[in-house]
Write a protein that binds this ligand. Structure first.
Ligand code: SAH
Ligand code: SF4
Ligand code: F3S
Length: 467
């Protein structure tokens, strides 16, 4: 086995930083934003161990697949990828080069040892709560052991994972994710998350504020707070009182240099008054809310264990719109949950008409082993699911288009994020999360400029700088 990078540096103090022996890690991320955040933290932890991140699979000594278990397709994708990696690993072995393969994320947690059985090329399997043990697991794997770490760790992974590094933050851009809450206690009957991510844990206020400040020092202008149920976040404020997400947002809005705040994903049951007030009081809090509802039928909502009705959901949105009329709503929908009739589906279509979505994600129900939904009667035919999904998506797409076209003529603040296709052109984000192309000579990435929306394309808006 090769010696660890740190040992090499010890024995060869004169060696240049980028020796040909620098190890490289390639991380492929599936699933939600929390996996994106975790992939960055793992990369940071490994960089302390001498691994440099690479975007080129062929040059990687360590390949990590950070996986998603939410639907069957997502989970199966991992095995086809592992098949390809196995061939690559064999070819490498013939050249006497090593390649370590690790599976992390929600498939790792859900399937554990089973992955080693199905995919013999895999060297390590690590669940989402144990990433801080990755460097040690890697050393064991290099010693020839096939490592499985899926016990929920008692220690807080966030305390042990290194904070984002300034230089890396700068390279990652002007927007960043920050996980503030992880896990879920809701147990919707279709969903694997409570089993893969464990029960709800909130990070402490001081830890979150410190990380946010560090990100801003690294050049970040917009932070999106993440959690599977982000609005269930709670913590002890420095004033000794119990804080909810609204209080936390108020505190983060005080950070100088931070221009924008967002949060995702919210559960309709956990939108408290403080959070609604934050939408009224905090100009830095963007007028965009991802509030999944899954279905518009009370019968199905009950079977899904969502614990609210369609009318309650609509009333909640009206309550937030009353204080923030500019609010764009985004949602998630599932069609074909067990027992869903045509009438139930029409209820969902009516709810969509009543709400008016700016953005939405919709899925055919996928049976997940171990969830209560899998045991229910009345599974819906795939062909019926497909028909319903098509109708639902046509409606949602029409609404999305109406929302985009409705933006034409508006004057908005645009956070410039990256270069555009044409020279002098930059791409920014509107307050409602739409990409916007603008000719912005003299402006830089990270600037917030005033623009007027002039046109709406299928996936982005066009604008001209004003003022
Ligand atoms: N915590 C969020 C959702 C996280 S999962 C919430 O409470 O809404 C992201 C989305 O995946 C869900 O909103 C749901 O629409 C979809 N999803 C989850 N499990 C699914 C399944 N078994 N089949 C199809 N879609 C599913
Ligand atoms: Fe899954 Fe429901 Fe928890 Fe969302 S709230 S993560 S859908 S169990
Ligand atoms: Fe997928 Fe796990 Fe996120 S199942 S959606 S990666 S929490």
């Amino acid at each position: 086995m090769e010696a660890a990078m740190s040992e090499q540096s010890l024995s060869l103090p004169e060696a240049p930083v980028a020796t040909p022996n620098t190890r490289k890690v390639f991380v492929k991320t599936y699933g939600c934003q929390m996996n994106v955040y975790d992939s960055e933290r793992m990369t940071d932890a490994l960089s302390k161990d001498g691994y440099e991140a690479t975007e080129v699979l062929e040059e990687a000594d360590l390949v990590l697949l950070n996986t998603c278990h939410i639907r069957e397709k997502a989970a199966e994708k991992v095995y086809s990828e592992l098949g390809r990696l196995r061939d690559m690993k064999k070819a490498r072995a013939r050249d006497g080069r090593e390649m370590v393969i690790g599976v992390t994320g929600c498939v790792a947690q859900a399937e554990g040892k089973e992955i080693l059985r199905r995919a013999p090329a895999v060297d390590l399997v690590i669940g989402p709560q144990t990433y801080h043990r990755l460097p040690e697991a890697l050393r064991r794997a290099k010693g020839g052991e096939r490592v499985v770490e899926t016990d929920y760790a008692i220690e807080d992974k966030f305390e042990h994972l290194p904070a984002p590094e300034k230089a890396k933050t700068r390279a990652r851009g002007v927007t960043a994710f920050l996980t503030v809450q992880e896990g879920c206690d809701k147990f919707c009957t279709f969903c694997v998350v409570p089993y893969t991510r464990g029960s709800e844990v909130s990070r402490p206020v001081a830890q979150i504020v410190a990380e946010a400040e560090r990100l801003v020092e690294g050049g970040v202008r917009e932070i999106t707070l993440l959690g599977q149920n982000v609005n269930a976040w709670h913590g002890l404020g420095p004033d000794g009182t119990e804080w909810s997400l609204g209080d936390l947002l108020c505190r983060l809005a005080e950070i100088e240099g931070l221009a924008r705040l967002r949060y995702t994903t919210s559960h309709p049951r956990d939108m408290d008054d403080r959070l609604v007030e934050a939408h009224r009081d905090l100009p830095k809090l963007m007028p965009y809310l991802h509030l999944p509802v899954q279905s518009g039928s009370d019968r199905i909502l009950k079977a899904m264990n969502r614990r609210h009705t369609a009318a309650e959901y609509i009333a909640l949105i009206e309550r937030i719109r009353a204080v923030q009329p500019d609010l764009a709503i985004s949602g998630d929908f599932i069609v074909g949950f067990p027992g869903e009739t045509d009438e139930d589906f029409e209820d969902t279509m009516r709810l969509i008409e009543a709400v008016g979505y700016a953005q939405a994600f919709s899925f055919k129900y996928s049976i997940r082993p171990g969830t209560p939904g899998a045991e229910m009667g009345g599974h819906v035919d795939e062909s019926v699911k497909s028909e319903r999904l098509e109708r639902l998506q046509a409606l949602l797409f029409r609404q999305q288009r109406e929302f985009a076209v409705g933006c034409i003529g508006k004057e908005i603040d645009l956070l410039l994020e990256k270069p555009g296709r044409m020279p002098g052109q930059l791409v920014g984000r509107s307050p409602w999360l739409q990409p916007v192309n603008v000719d912005a000579k003299g402006s830089e990435i990270g600037d917030i400029i005033r623009v007027r929306i002039t046109d709406a394309g299928p996936n982005s808006l066009f604008a001209e700088a004003i003022g």
